[in-house]
Write a protein that binds this ligand. Structure first.
Ligand code: NAP
Length: 314
C-alpha cells in the first residue's frame, strides 16, 4: 500500500467525501476513501433530514448517507477504515497522507474531514461527560425517558435536537445567551409552540453539577442579573463546532478559525489538494451544500490528475 500511488485519496466519509468518491469512481479514477469511523459523518447522527432536495418525506440522516455510501461503492469506490489523518506532505507532486496505519500516496487529495462539536469549557462538563452531559441527542436521548433536560445553544442543531428530545424527556429547556433563537423559520415555530419545551433566555451555563450523574446546572444572567440553579437530569450541548484540521496547521492555509481556505475550484494552498464540505472556510454547513462541494472538489481533483498524466480532455 505504501508504494502504490492512487489517483485520488478522499479523506472523510461524510456527504462531501462520499459524493467526491462517487464522482471519482464513476470517472474511473483510481480513488480510495479513508474514514476513521463509520461513514456518514455528522448527518448520520441526525434523526431526520427534511431539507435535502428530492426527499419530500423526511429521511433519517443515517439512511441518507448510507444510500450515498452504497451508491459510491456501487461504482467501485473502495472505502478503507483508517485512523485519523496525522499529516500531509507533497513529495514532488505526489501527496503523502499519513495515518496511524502508515502512509498512502496519491496525485490528488480531497479533504472532507468535517467538524466536531465545540465544548463549553465549564466546570463539570468533562467530569459528567457520559453521565448526563452529551453532545448527541440522537445517540443518548433514549436514556432520558421522563427526565428534565437542558439543551444549550440557539442554533439549528440545538433546536432540532431539543425537539427530538421531547420524544423521551418530560421537559426540555433551551438555555440560550440571547433573547431569540438563531434557528429560525420552521424550527423556531415548532420549538416555541411545543408544550414540552421551555426557555431560559439570556443565560449562560456557568457550571454543571452532579454526584454520580448530572443533577443541575448553574445559570448566570448575561446582563449581570444574578445566578440560578436549575435541576436537570441531563445537559445537551450545541454551542457551535470546530474544524477537524489540527494536523493540517502549518501545512495548508487555514482561516482564523481553523477552517481550510480554498480557491474557486476548492483547491487549497497545496496544489492538488482540495477541501470540501463543513471543513472548508466559507461552507454553509448543510448536507446539500456539502454534496455540491464534493462534486466540485472531485472534478478539480480529476482535472489535476489528468493534467499531470497528460490525459485531460481540453
Ligand atoms: P451554530 O449555528 O454555530 O449555533 C451555535 C449556538 O451556540 C449559537 O446559538 C450560539 O449563540 C451558541 N453558543 C456558541 N458559543 C456559546 C457559548 N460559549 N455559550 C453559550 N452559547 C454559545 O451551530 P449549530 O447549531 O451546530 O449549526 C452549525 C451549522 O450547521 C449552521 O450553519 C446550521 O445552520 C447548520 N445546521 C443545519 C441544520 C439544518 O439545516 N436542518 C441542522 C443542524 C445544523 P449565538 O447565537 O449567540 O452565537
Amino acid at each position: 500500500m505504501e508504494d502504490k500511488v492512487f489517483d485520488v485519496i478522499v479523506v472523510g466519509g461524510g456527504p462531501a467525501g462520499l459524493t467526491a468518491g462517487l464522482y471519482l469512481a464513476r470517472a474511473r479514477m483510481d480513488a480510495v476513501l479513508v474514514e476513521k469511523q463509520l461513514t456518514g459523518g455528522a448527518p448520520a447522527l441526525t434523526e431526520k433530514i427534511e431539507n435535502y432536495p428530492g426527499f419530500p418525506e423526511p429521511i433519517s440522516g443515517f439512511e441518507l448517507v448510507d444510500r450515498m455510501r452504497r451508491q459510491a461503492e456501487g461504482f467501485g469506490l473502495n472505502i478503507l477504515p483508517f485512523n485519523p489523518l496525522e499529516g500531509l506532505r507533497d513529495e514532488g507532486g505526489v501527496k503523502v497522507v499519513r495515518t496511524a496505519e502508515g502512509e498512502m500516496r496519491a496525485y490528488a487529495v480531497v479533504l472532507a474531514t468535517g467538524m466536531r462539536p465545540a465544548t463549553l469549557g465549564v466546570p463539570g462538563e468533562e467530569e459528567f461527560h457520559g453521565r448526563g452531559v452529551s453532545y448527541c441527542a440522537t445517540c443518548d436521548g433514549a436514556f432520558f425517558k421522563g427526565a428534565v433536560v437542558a439543551v444549550v445553544g440557539g442554533g439549528n442543531s440545538a433546536v432540532e435536537e431539543a425537539l427530538f428530545l421531547t420524544r423521551f424527556a418530560d421537559k426540555v429547556i433551551i438555555v440560550h445567551r440571547r433573547d431569540r433563537l438563531r434557528a429560525g423559520g420552521v424550527l423556531e415555530e415548532r420549538a416555541l409552540s411545543h408544550p414540552k419545551m421551555d426557555f431560559r433566555w439570556k443565560k449562560m451555563v456557568k457550571e454543571i453539577r452532579g454526584d454520580q450523574k448530572v443533577t443541575g446546572i448553574v445559570l448566570a444572567d448575561v446582563e449581570g442579573g444574578g445566578e440560578e440553579e436549575l435541576a436537570v437530569d441531563g445537559v445537551f450541548l450545541y454551542v457551535g463546532n470546530l474544524p477537524n484540521t489540527a494536523e493540517l496547521e502549518g501545512i495548508i492555509e487555514l482561516d482564523e478559525r481553523g477552517f481550510i481556505r480554498t480557491d474557486g475550484s476548492l483547491q487549497t494552498s497545496m496544489k492538488g489538494v482540495f477541501a470540501a464540505g463543513d471543513v472548508r472556510s466559507g461552507a454553509v454547513w448543510q448536507v446539500a451544500a456539502a454534496v455540491g462541494d464534493g462534486v466540485r472538489a472531485a472534478l478539480g481533483a480529476q482535472f489535476h490528475v489528468e493534467n499531470l498524466k497528460g490525459t485531460a480532455y481540453i
